[in-house]
Design a protein around this ligand. Structure first.
Ligand code: SF4
Length: 490
């Protein structure tokens, strides 16, 4: 573990520099005084051109100087100037760290969850896809594969922005699962210990759906997409699931819905009756998530379902003719070898799900696992290669990437990427990641994102993840949401 002392002539860059150091050295600690390294960054210049000078001292020493005249391009406004200063600070830090032996980062100075936002920002300014790709490699220091991936995803997404412009989408969170997977850091309460909270939670959710439904109808707002996620919504009993779907159907104006997704992540929660309910209520996209097709790994990660249950669930989804089946996988799971990964991918491809989402394991503190204990079993140095090979394999099988995001602490600093067969993009995923349209978040852990349709500024209001807290605060949460909804149309 190395300690760092950071200094920059531009005020307000402490967190910016720390984020960059942490991306290159996840164990870094920060302070002043007797740190192992001191990094100093100076950015100077005008809108005609900026120069960054960086120096690292301590255990090792290096210097960098680079200039950016590109910011003088008239397509950039003055807000871009401040942003570019920050980007140059990060680039200075990363160059210094690389010159003193830290690994090259595949996503360069893009340390955030949504690297595609920068792609759309530059395209909106009027730069061509080729120009943006070049900038991603030069200014943002992305590896050529990641720059190409981002450009491909960005161009697939842009037509969808028009389709959902000015329209809301709805997320409903059901924060329960049968049991908790060892790696999971989501809002997920296992029924084994929290079943007593389900009825109270559903009562509160019913109230939220009814109140929000009334306002949507009054304001003439018709959702573009609806997504029931979690947790595992299909962990509810048939009666509970039926009530929920019926209420949604009755309360929300769904006549112009483009897509209706239900996460059914754990195949052992599915049966024909539940899936028939989903189908009857107009669900168009179902997500059944094996994460791995390797029985040994399934047991190792605590999924507590079998491959046979997955196969039975997929067969039911196909028999009921849902337009879109999504299946999630995770790369970098403990104990997995290249053969395991290839085996899972080939098995998964055989199901021919319309969407396949390839995640990279992200060891989080909120998970049940103490990742320091399984770290030695994770093939971190191989994961980037597996992902690149998977991209080629998926391409050969007719899939292309349509959305992506990154998580902090992802193994080998990789990404999560959704692939699709032609014309089957999961629209909600694009909306959620790119934040070009408002999403109302209902239920446990539901995050409402209020997007300004002109400048795409986002403000967030979260529902509590805890089902008991959600129930206690439901009136106040709904009142706040209703007030924001009313304000958003005035
Ligand atoms: S099924 Fe999904 S949400 Fe539930 S515990 Fe496992 S990873 Fe978490």
């Amino acid at each position: 573990m190395a300690s760092y002392e950071l200094a920059c002539n531009l005020p307000g860059n402490e967190a910016n520099m720390e984020n960059m150091v942490r991306a290159a050295d996840p164990e870094a600690v920060f302070g002043t005084g007797s740190a192992d390294y001191r990094i100093e960054i100076t950015v100077s210049g005008t809108k005609e051109g900026l120069t960054c000078r960086g120096w690292i001292g301590g255990r090792q020493t290096a210097e960098v100087t680079f200039t950016d005249r590109e910011i003088g391009d008239p397509r950039y406004g003055m807000d871009a100037f401040a942003q570019r200063q920050k980007e140059m600070v990060r680039k200075g830090v990363l160059l210094l760290l690389q010159r003193t032996g830290r690994p090259v980062l595949p996503w360069g100075i893009l340390t955030g969850v949504r690297p595609s936002k920068i792609y759309h920002y530059l395209r909106d300014l009027g730069f061509s896809p080729a120009e943006v790709k070049e900038k991603l490699e030069d200014q943002f220091m992305l590896g050529p594969e990641k720059a190409a991936l981002l450009a491909a995803v960005g161009e697939v997404q842009r037509p969808f922005f028009q389709k959902v412009a000015g329209r809301i989408s709805i997320y409903v969170g059901i924060p329960f699962c049968p049991t908790k997977c060892h790696y999971c850091s989501f809002a997920s309460y296992p029924l084994t210990t929290h079943a007593h909270l389900v009825e109270g939670f559903l009562t509160a959710l019913a109230y939220e759906i009814e109140e929000i439904g009334k306002v949507l109808t009054r304001l003439g707002l018709t959702p573009a997409t609806l997504y029931i996620g979690g947790g595992t919504p299909t962990v509810l009993s048939r009666a509970q699931l039926g009530d929920l779907l019926a209420r949604i159907h009755r309360c929300f104006p769904l006549a112009e819905l483009l897509e209706y997704t239900v996460e059914a992540g754990r195949p052992d929660t599915l049966d024909r009756d539940k899936l028939k309910l989903l189908k009857d209520y107009g669900v168009t996209r179902v997500s059944v998530n094996p994460q791995t097709l390797n029985p040994r790994t399934l047991a190792r990660i605590g999924r507590q379902h079998t491959v046979a249950q997955l196969e039975a669930a997929v067969a039911l989804v196909r028999a009921l003719d849902f337009p879109c089946l999504n299946m999630d996988m995770i790369t970098g799971l403990p104990g997995e070898t290249e053969e395991d990964w290839d085996y899972s991918l080939e098995k998964l491809l055989a199901y021919r799900g319309e969407n396949i989402t390839v995640h990279t394991l992200a060891p989080k503190r909120a998970a049940t696992w103490d990742f320091s204990e399984v770290k030695g079993e994770i093939a971190a140095e191989r994961v980037a290669g597996w992902l690149e090979a998977s991209k080629q394999r998926l391409h050969t099988a007719g899939y292309y990437p349509y959305y992506l995001y990154r998580q902090r602490r992802s193994v080998a600093e990789q990404e999560n990427c959704g692939y699709t067969l032609p014309g089957r993009e999961g629209i909600y995923n694009i909306i959620m990641m790119e934040e070009r349209a408002t999403v109302l978040g209902l239920g446990g852990g539901g995050m409402s994102k209020w997007v300004d349709p002109v400048n795409f500024q986002v403000s967030r209001t979260p529902n509590p993840k805890c089902p008991a807290t959600y129930r206690e605060r439901i009136k106040e949460l709904v009142a706040e949401k209703v007030a924001k909804l009313m304000a958003s149309v005035n």
